[in-house]
Design a protein around this ligand. Structure first.
Ligand SMILES: [Zn+2]
Ligand SMILES: [Zn+2]
Length: 186
């Protein structure tokens, strides 16, 4: 669809500039629509800090998919899970006293209620972060997020924050992973 942007093919190829390469990556900023804001404001209840971070991450990246209908709880096998990315229903999670996503941590946290202004600020931070990344980091990062590999995505962020000017050879290996984007939304 995006195709080639008027490539000067066949004319000696002398104009292969760095800038042209960078422009081939179409980075779309997030739409600040009301649906996104509403999703961002949905509190993720009954999660441990780690899972909460992951869910928040998805929201910020516009990768959060709310459930359209209740999902089967892995505990009671009833269709009682109403929150996306949770595997236990509220009552099972409370009964077992574990995180409703990883089912491991017993350290369930109460998420902060964020205002739309907070959310906008976070999104702006996110965009600044993406803008500061090299194209390769950004692609690597977005691919991980799309795949649901949130921890991998955070690693790229950390690497990008440490050395913004490209010296992140550790991640070359990561970047060679297969391109297919799996949907982890079981
Ligand atoms: Zn249940
Ligand atoms: Zn958890």
């Amino acid at each position: 669809m995006a195709g080639k942007v008027s490539s000067a093919k066949g004319k000696g190829g002398a104009t292969k500039s760095r800038q042209k390469y960078q422009n081939t990556f179409a980075y779309k900023p997030h739409k600040k629509d009301t649906v996104a804001l509403k999703i961002a404001a949905l509190p993720a209840k009954g999660l441990c800090q780690r899972c909460l971070d992951i869910v928040d991450w998805r929201k910020r990246m516009n990768k959060y998919k709310p459930l359209t209908q209740p999902k089967t709880c892995v505990g009671c096998k009833q269709k009682k899970v109403t929150d996306a990315y949770h595997v236990l229903c509220k009552s099972c999670a409370e009964e077992k006293n574990v995180c409703a996503k990883c089912q491991e941590s017993t350290d369930v946290v109460t998420p902060d209620i964020r205002t739309p202004a907070d959310i906008l600020r976070e999104e702006q931070d996110q965009e600044r972060l993406l803008a500061s990344m090299s194209e390769r980091q950004r692609r690597s990062y977005l691919r991980r997020v799309a795949r649901g590999d949130d921890e991998g995505a955070q690693k790229v962020v950390l690497a990008a924050e440490k050395n913004e000017d490209g010296g992140w050879s550790d991640f070359d290996d990561f970047d060679d992973e297969e391109e297919d984007e799996e949907d982890d939304d079981a």
